[in-house]
Design a protein around this ligand. Structure first.
Ligand SMILES: O=C[C@H](O)[C@@H](O)[C@H](O)[C@H](O)C(=O)O
Length: 447
């Protein structure tokens, strides 16, 4: 059967997941773009700001664990809706941080008013945002057969890059024109538009009237016979931890997500401290870099299909593709040695490293549905997502510590060399750890 007759409804779902991921990243970036102005307005110290951002990082990591389980328990349609409503309200709450903080201080919270208010808003944002990846990966597994999943994941995950590109192009402009509060309100409100589209177009495939019989059969062509088509059965959460496959995903996320977070949080600082760039100078190199990562995300998601078309089983083809992808970040080792030529050298080399991350990430996420039945996907992505978030906290802390130590000796560029080496090698280490934990693919059918 050709693709024309099969139908294409599943790609509408992929487009919705892409839209959600873009909004997810936009909402989390607003604060960092407004940070200089807000720090000035409220007199925040570096540690005030660090505490506010830490609430998101920790809150996001911890919430992931529960978000994934929640999604498996109540189903993708309802859970994703709740997640987006919560995070959009959290995003908009930032605009009202002062009255919220004042109420908390009146109740006896011992923090400066604005700090307390922003912390609470970040916590609500993190709680909702944690639902995005577990829900989107689960929806992908529901709507795509195994061989198309990482391609679909690569497409929707590139929304993260689009969010990272769109934020610096929109947020400062809204803030200058209508004030910083409006930036939080306007960007936060986009989530409600998404909810309307989601409730209109998404339902579990078996219940979806817009989905033709041929496409449904195609989607379910590799479904395990033992597996129910829709949610309902309880997932034995603690038992998931007994499977080595769970730990393989946890190891993959823990060892590599930190690299992504490091690029997101530290690259602007790297370019300003090493090349004396101003905030406005950053727009072009960062746009180029995140556009490169879009290509990595989509191309890397497609890559394992190359092996599958040559007879590899989905998981084996994916691990093969991930091994090839894991070599690309090694070019980041050259970022500092070649950095004297022009700042474009590190930007392009790190662009290759970050593209490889997104290629890796699309496949890593998909290993979950290669190995686990659909009803456990949210839970496993949540457990691994928490590990990834904590890996992010660890790498950020390591970065801060290394830069302080080397900076104090006037050798900041050596500090960057150390951190870039970590970023370059992480994927090969992660691949080896995953292979050691699951040497041969074995799908889990009974939970
Ligand atoms: O797109 C983002 C990265 O590829 C993921 O590794 C990351 O876990 C994810 O974006 C997240 O924010 O949880």
């Amino acid at each position: 059967m050709n693709h024309q007759t099969i139908g294409k409804y599943r790609w509408t779902i992929c487009a919705l997941l892409f839209f959600a991921t873009t909004v997810n990243y936009l909402d989390r970036q607003v604060l960092s773009l407004l940070a200089p102005a807000l720090s000035k307005e409220f007199g925040w110290s570096n540690s005030d700001y660090a505490n506010i951002t830490a609430v998101f990082q920790f809150g996001y990591a911890i919430s992931m664990l529960f978000a994934g389980r929640f999604i498996d328990a109540i189903g993708t349609r309802r859970a994703f809706t709740i997640a987006v409503v919560v995070w959009s309200l959290g995003a908009m709450m930032h605009a009202f941080s002062v009255p919220i903080g004042a109420a908390l201080v009146a109740l006896g919270v011992g923090l400066p008013v604005s700090v307390a208010g922003f912390m609470v808003s970040r916590a609500v944002l993190a709680l909702g945002e944690a639902g995005n990846f577990p829900a989107a990966i689960k929806a992908t597994a529901e709507y795509f057969p195994k061989k198309e999943r990482s391609f679909a994941t690569g497409i929707f995950n590139s929304g993260a890059n689009v969010g990272a590109i769109l934020a610096p192009l929109t947020v400062p402009w809204i803030a200058v024109t209508w004030g910083w509060q409006m930036a939080f309100i306007a960007i936060g409100a986009i989530g409600f538009l998404w909810v309307a589209l989601w409730l209109t177009f998404y339902d579990a495939p078996a219940r979806q009237r817009r989905l033709g019989a041929a496409e449904l059969a195609y989607i379910e062509s590799d479904r395990e016979v033992t597996e129910p088509a829709v949610d309902g059965a309880k997932v034995p959460w603690f038992r998931l931890l007994a499977h080595r496959q769970t730990w393989a995903f946890v190891a993959g996320k823990f060892l590599t997500d930190g690299v992504w977070w490091f690029y997101l949080f530290w690259l602007p600082k790297y370019l300003t401290s090493q090349y004396g760039m101003s905030t406005t100078d950053l727009a072009l190199p960062l746009t180029v870099l995140y556009s490169m990562t879009m290509i990595g995300s989509i191309g890397g998601g497609w890559f394992p299909t190359y092996f599958m078309e040559r007879g590899y089983k989905p998981y084996d083809g994916r691990m093969r593709a991930m091994l090839v992808i894991a070599f690309f970040p090694l070019v980041v080792l050259l970022a500092q040695p070649l950095g004297g030529i022009s700042y474009w050298m590190p930007v392009l080399l790190i662009g290759v490293g970050a593209s490889a991350h997104q290629a890796w990430s699309a496949n890593l996420f998909t290993t979950v549905s290669d190995m686990f039945p659909k009803r456990a996907i949210g839970s496993i992505v949540g457990i691994g997502g928490m590990a990834g978030g904590l890996g992010g906290v660890a790498v950020s802390k390591l970065g801060g510590w290394i830069f302080d130590a080397y900076g104090a000796r006037g050798q900041l560029s050596t500090g960057y060399m150390v951190m870039f080496s970590v970023c370059a090698l992480a994927y090969l280490v992660a691949w080896a750890a995953m292979k050691a934990l699951v040497p041969r693919h074995k799908e889990i059918t009974a939970l």
